[in-house]
Design a protein around this ligand. Structure first.
Ligand code: HEC
Length: 451
């Protein structure tokens, strides 16, 4: 074992007969797989870790971006080594809280670390977080100018720009939720092919935890429905949505944007507003499919009348079942729970009774409303009659660090100290013919179409 000296052997060990049995044991270790790491030199910041941070952390962790500290230079990173190890090993950072062992694993917006990247970072911290040879440092990453619309490169200037009202966030204080309305002033229906949201300034991006633009409009087939669903949610690292080919959202005359801005104090007073850019399909070039946002309940009963019942100092599990009345492609999913939320999964029960796990957010974190968007070739397509089965788990014990009070009973409610359980999903419906054509081409394992 030639390389097993130096940095990994902190103290020189006198080899006496007392150590011999141990040595014999160590000698067989390299055959044991993971232990092979013992024989390699530890990773260094300059060579191994900085490239990972450039790729996976610095879009949020750099000067002026929204994360609390910059992770660019070694001097900035070093004091956080222990915390980095903890957040990375528990898959809390980057904020991608999906169980990597079940369900579909190919996403268009995956920001997670690979297991080997996690191992590099934890081994680096365990070895004392060394800098290594500064000559190995990759050149500093250049970040795009965040002031313009990012979609302008692809689509030019937006067709419509809508502004929220101006807000001021105090230097110190509790989180705030602002819910202003903005009229779209559309006089005819228009199909949306892409949307982008941005807080207007770098300071505004730091105080904006997330910004959701709901579309409110009266639908002809359901005049009481005051919602056309969420157009988009802005969160750090999520700036725009381009709808899949031949699909889009429909904006009607009289529609309004109902903003939901979650703002938090960062130590200085900041005033800003949020803007939404809308790109329409050209008139006469309407897409065939309308993408609609649906909330699949993860608890029996619908909003407000739900049976949610979470006793103090306990774990609770709830389930919800919804039948797809038409074949559909699942474009994304985004669990919605509050402070006691622990995990949520979505499973498809196919018409022949077979079950298929779609995805499970097994370490939900209320601070992050991450939207998991499937890649073009991985978005599940499900036949008519499929039952969408949502399971939600809540942790109302002291073990849940976000729990404001484990001695409280918790029921359904809007406030974050109450709970909710639903999965936001964009669905693109298909006709039976379209589904049959899709199934003939893609031959899903279970493709018996319900009549
Ligand atoms: C999408 C933006 C984003 C990305 C990507 C991201 N972070 Fe974070 N990070 C944040 C924000 C915002 C916080 C503070 C809120 C929180 O703790 O969730 C944070 C908190 C942290 C903390 C805890 C700081 C503390 O106060 O103890 C650590 C450590 C951390 N991030 C490390 C990383 C590392 C390492 C990566 C890359 C592997 C990474 N983050 C990627 C936004 C991000």
């Amino acid at each position: 074992m030639p390389a097993r000296t130096g940095a990994l052997t902190p103290k020189k060990v006198e080899i006496t007969s007392r150590w011999l049995p141990l040595l014999a044991f160590v000698a067989v270790l390299p055959c044991v797989g993971a232990a092979a790491e013992l024989t390699t030199t530890p990773p260094t910041y300059a060579k191994d870790v900085a490239p990972i941070f450039q790729e996976k952390c610095q879009n949020c962790h750099r000067q002026g971006a929204m994360a609390p500290m910059s992770l660019v230079t070694y001097e900035e990173v070093r004091p956080w080594a222990k915390s980095i190890r903890q957040r990375v090993a528990t898959r809390q950072m980057p904020p991608w809280h999906l169980d990597p062992t079940v369900g579909v694993q190919k996403f268009a917006n995956d920001i997670s670390l690979s297991s080997s990247q996690i191992s590099t970072i934890t081994r680096w911290v365990d070895a004392g977080a060394p800098l290594g040879d500064p000559k190995d440092m990759p050149p500093a990453k250049q970040w795009p100018d965040e002031e313009g619309w990012q979609l302008a490169k692809q689509f030019g200037q937006p067709d419509l720009v809508l502004k929220s009202e101006t807000f001021t966030v105090a230097a110190k204080g509790q989180d705030q939720w602002l819910k202003p309305l903005t009229a779209t002033n559309l006089t005819e229906p228009r199909w949306v092919r892409a949307v982008e949201i941005r807080p207007m300034t770098a300071a505004g991006r730091r105080v904006t935890h997330h910004a959701i633009a709901h579309l409110q409009q009266e639908e002809a087939d359901n005049p009481s429905a005051a919602t056309g669903g969420i157009l988009m949610e802005w969160a750090v690292n999520k700036n725009y949505d381009i709808y899949r080919a031949n699909s889009g959202k429909l904006m009607l005359p009289g529609s309004r944007i109902w903003w939901e801005l979650h703002l938090h104090s960062v130590g200085e007073q900041i005033t800003d507003h949020v803007e939404l850019a809308v790109y329409f399909y050209p008139k006469g070039q309407e897409p065939e499919h309308r993408t609609t946002l649906t909330a699949f309940e993860g608890v029996e009963g619908s909003f407000g009348q739900s049976s949610l019942d979470i006793p103090p100092n306990s774990l609770a599990q709830t389930e919800g079942f919804t039948v797809l009345r038409q074949a559909a492609r699942i474009e994304n999913f985004q669990p919605h729970m509050h402070l006691r939320g622990k995990s949520m999964s979505m499973e498809a029960i196919l018409p022949d009774g077979s079950r298929r796990m779609i995805g499970s957010v097994d370490h939900f974190n209320f601070n992050w409303m991450t939207n998991y968007i499937f890649a073009d070739d991985s978005a599940p397509v499900l036949p008519k009659g499929t039952v969408i089965h949502i399971t939600a788990w809540f942790d109302n014990t002291v073990n849940n660090k976000s729990n404001p009070d484990p001695n409280q009973w918790v029921g359904w409610g809007d406030r974050t100290v109450e709970e909710m359980a639903h999965m936001w999903v964009n669905l693109t419906y298909m006709s039976d013919e379209e589904y049959s054509a899709w199934a003939a081409k893609n031959k899903p394992a279970t493709n018996r179409v319900a009549r």
